[in-house]
Design a protein around this ligand. Structure first.
Ligand SMILES: N[C@@H](CCC(=O)N[C@@H](CS)C(=O)NCC(=O)O)C(=O)O
Length: 214
């Protein structure tokens, strides 16, 4: 029996949506998955959140969470069996904010460097490298960002590091070996694989796909 009906608006390849889906899966929150296309967003998404970004989680009580980090924290507050977010709050939040505010912008300029010709590809690469080096040093004691166990920061950063790595995987793996090994572990994890399944695009006249973890 479905006790609570939450609805997630998501886009498979969106890194913000990936981190939200990983937290929901880890916390074993069941929800209706509505896969959307960014180029053809449904009006319902704008009605819930005028930003029109994904992910958006509409809770069973009607309230709306339209920031990926807030969706993660909401899920972890309900159920955090492996203590992803039980300590180092300031450090973890600081890293995730820096990722979202600074690294993401540098990543876009590196990935789409042809659209930003005012700086050379090497300059864009140096900008991402500065932050990737910080991530790599955090992992030197390893295997995860805050020691031997996965935490909130690993999951919040992983989809962005993955996107950056895939611009030039060979360069990435040779320049940031610890980060490369960390990324491989997370990419191969059951958790990540489970949230990358493909859903049909949601049709507004029908329900999405119900996702359960038990
Ligand atoms: N701060 C938001 C950012 C979400 C976001 O920008 N998602 C992208 C997809 S990866 C999006 O919806 N872009 C469409 C737009 O910005 O209009 C979050 O963390 O949820």
């Amino acid at each position: 029996m479905i006790m609570e009906h939450h609805v997630l608006y998501s886009f498979r390849r969106c890194p913000y949506a990936m981190r939200a889906r990983m937290a929901l899966a880890y916390s074993k929150v069941s929800y209706e998955h509505r896969e959307i296309l960014l180029r053809d967003r449904p009006q319902t998404l704008y009605d819930l959140s005028s930003k029109g970004t994904v992910p958006v989680l509409q809770l069973a009580d009607g309230s709306v969470i339209d920031e990926s980090v807030d969706i993660m924290k909401w899920a972890l507050k309900r159920n955090d069996p492996e203590h992803w977010y039980k300590e180092n709050f300031d450090h973890q939040d600081g890293l995730v904010n820096k990722n979202d505010e600074i690294f993401k912008k540098r990543l876009d300029r590196y990935k789409y460097h042809v659209r930003f010709p005012e700086r050379s590809f090497q300059d864009h690469r140096a900008d991402v490298s500065e932050i990737l080096n910080e991530y790599n040093s955090l992992l030197e004691p390893g295997p995860y960002m805050f020691g031997k166990d996965i935490c909130f920061t690993d999951i919040a950063l992983m989809p962005f590091v993955r996107q950056c790595a895939h611009v030039d995987l060979e360069w990435f793996n040779s320049s940031f070996p610890e980060l490369g090994a960390w990324l491989d572990r997370l990419k191969e994890s059951e958790l990540f694989i489970s949230i990358m399944v493909k859903y049909p695009i949601w049709n507004e006249s029908e329900s999405g796909q119900y996702v359960t973890w038990e």
